[in-house]
Design a protein around this ligand. Structure first.
Ligand code: MG
Length: 383
């Protein structure tokens, strides 16, 4: 078995679970977290939630599920190379998008606007809410009762007012402390995964071209190498070869830069990592610049492409209409949510009712949101 570094998270040094449970017999604490995440309802919903392309736009685009699996794969490779806890990194990666609304960022922005008078909607916080409260599976506790370290990794960002309500978990945002190295890894594995798979999906959809991508240094560098080595390769295969080399290059840079940081900072424990003033896991300066260039390219050419934008507008419309309908008349909600809304309204008023409506809308898959919209607003649809 691999020996973990002194600054890695371990089952023995875990801050623990909100409700005490005896340690698992045959697994580590983080394997147990991972297994609970894989068995959750929220995890299965990821299959039908948009990453960039809405699920029904094509069978081969990434979904939130395949994206999360790619993040876990990259995260595990990074963790193993740095003697960090692979199980924890995997658990964080698989759970990191559980709180995402249907229709990706368009859905999240719409729900956040709808919730502006009721405490807002943050998808990271919603991921935490899914694992802490919304999953109803176990006899002994609410949610999945995950370890502090997995929950810490899931909560990548948090506004200060919300951080104040979260006790120990929110402290790092108030004190500007860092999460575990495994959480830092999972965060950057997310970035490596989406930047690269969005290029692949964008090309597949015909929204960006190889010619345009040659503006990007990171792409151009690997394009030249692949063209020199394999001049006859079809464009589809060459693209895959370029992207896999880009991922390798980013992963290699992250490992080498982080290794150097770890040697010079030399933290003696996970607590040292948390107290450190800035992130330890990072890319080199040169790679940060190349990565930024890539992100800007995707923002300017893919995410704002008129075809993506049209779908985003529709998504915004659907989420907004669903929220408005339910918040104004909770009798439209299915029995279970109607009952929950009533209970929350009696303790927290409008804010409580809105939170249940947000939970319901956020939990929807793309196609469920579309059919719920049709059931509510199309008179010819069955209810
Ligand atoms: Mg993600």
């Amino acid at each position: 078995m691999q020996t973990l570094a002194q600054y890695a998270a371990t089952s023995d040094s875990t801050i623990g679970r909100q409700v005490y449970e005896a340690p698992p017999n045959y697994r580590s604490e983080y394997q147990r977290d991972r297994d609970r995440i894989v068995h959750s309802t929220g995890f299965r919903r990821l299959e039908y939630k948009t990453q960039v392309f809405v699920n029904h736009e094509g069978d081969l685009f990434r979904t939130r599920l395949t994206h999360s699996i790619e993040v876990a794969q990259i995260g595990r490779a990074l963790a193993r190379a740095l003697d960090l806890n692979e199980d924890l990194t995997e658990a964080i990666a698989l759970a990191h998008d559980l709180g995402h609304t249907p229709f990706g960022h368009a859905g999240q922005d719409a729900l956040n606007e709808c919730m502006s008078n009721y405490g807002g909607f943050e998808h990271n916080l919603q991921s935490l809410r899914v694992v802490d409260v919304l999953e109803e599976k176990y006899a002994e506790f609410e949610g999945l009762n995950l370890t502090f370290e997995t929950r810490e990794g899931i909560l990548k960002h948090c506004s200060l007012p919300n951080a104040r309500k979260l006790g120990q978990l929110g402290e790092r945002f108030l004190k500007q402390h860092q999460p575990s190295l495994e959480a830092q890894l999972a965060n950057l594995a997310d970035e490596i995964a989406y930047n690269n798979h969005d290029i692949d999906d964008g090309l597949r959809a015909g929204l960006i071209s190889v010619q345009q991508l040659l503006e990007i240094n990171l792409f151009e560098e690997h394009y030249r190498v692949v063209k020199d080595l394999y001049p006859q390769l079809s464009e589809r295969r060459a693209t895959h070869e370029i992207i896999r080399r880009m991922i390798n290059c980013l992963v290699g840079d992250l490992i080498e830069t982080s290794k150097q940081n770890l040697v010079s900072i030399s933290p003696s424990s996970i607590e040292d990592v948390r107290q450190y003033s800035s992130a330890i896991i990072m890319f080199s300066e040169q790679m940060i610049a190349m990565n930024l260039e890539l992100k800007q390219f995707l923002r300017n050419n893919l995410y704002s492409h008129f075809r993506v934008y049209r779908m985003s507008k529709k998504a915004h419309h659907i989420v907004e209409k669903l929220f408005d309908a339910f918040i104004n008349d909770t009798k439209l909600l299915a029995n279970e949510y109607r009952r929950k809304a009533k209970i929350m309204e009696s303790s927290d008023g409008d804010v409580g009712r809105a939170r249940i409506v947000a939970d319901y809308v956020a939990g929807m898959t793309d196609r469920y949101a579309i059919s719920e919209y049709n059931r509510l607003f199309d008179p010819l649809q069955l209810t």
